[in-house]
Design a binder for this molecule. Structure first.
Ligand code: SAM
Length: 221
């Protein structure tokens, strides 16, 4: 695996895990154009949202500072879940301003610049819901999330079976749901700095949207 920290070099040459073609998208225009209009919708149904909330209650620490990566107008934390701070990072300020769980938000294009605008070890946990399929530099982003988390802190990546296809990376569109679990697990493992990686099908048995998740904890040191 390469250790090139430059997103542009990574994009041209691949990231050592997959070729650059794997991260190509039909719509290569700037992401902020695509997300300029607020979409105040949820991208998974109530059953999948409840399943995600249960997973968050199991895995995320209470009372801490959480990072909601690729955030919009809902963070899917259960109402009873107490967090001291929830910081959103996404592309649409209006969506994030309307998110009742966010205490702060930052507009930042991860595909243009995978570096996170936060200091080292600022967060007690992080989540990225139904959005990892849009990330073109996943290993760089995983390393950045690792950098901003305290040792031992969890990062939960979840996804379902829908996406905006023109903005999803080619490897996502060409693989199945169960292969997505393997792919996201491989992102964590190839990025390094993560322990106890778990990949599970957390779909509710209500016949509605499936819910898959991969999570791991920041290693110490
Ligand atoms: C399908 S929505 C999911 C939003 C939210 N996480 C949820 O669960 O409803 C995808 C989100 O990813 C964000 N996003 C897409 N591309 C991004 C990028 N390049 N950098 C940062 N955020 C991005 C958008 O702002 C959008 O809100």
């Amino acid at each position: 695996m390469t250790s090139d920290a430059s997103p542009h070099a990574g994009h041209e040459a691949g990231d050592g895990l997959l070729s650059s073609a794997a991260y190509a998208r039909d719509d290569e225009s700037s992401d902020d154009h695509f997300y300029v209009a607020p979409r105040k919708v949820v991208h998974i149904d109530d059953g999948a949202i409840a399943a995600l909330g249960r997973l968050y209650s199991e895995v995320l620490p209470t009372g801490g500072r959480l990072l909601d990566l690729m955030s919009s107008w809902r963070s899917h934390l259960p109402e009873s879940f107490h967090a001291r701070d929830v910081v959103g990072l996404g592309l649409n300020a209006e969506e994030m301003s309307d998110n009742p769980r966010l205490t702060h938000h930052s507009v930042h294009d991860l595909n243009r610049d995978p570096r996170l605008p936060f200091g080292n070890e600022e967060f007690d946990g992080a989540m990225c819901a139904v959005s990892i399929q849009y990330v073109t530099h996943p290993l760089l982003v995983l390393r950045e999330v690792r950098r901003v988390l305290r040792p031992g802190a969890p990062f939960v990546v979840s996804f379902s079976n829908r996406c905006f296809p023109t903005k999803a990376v080619a490897v996502w569109l060409g693989t199945t749901d169960s292969q997505h679990l393997t792919l996201v697990r491989t992102y964590f493992e190839a990025a390094g700095g993560w322990i106890d990686t778990t990949a599970e099908d957390r779909s509710p048995d209500d016949g509605g949207d499936p819910l898959y998740a991969v999570w791991a904890h920041a290693s110490s040191g």
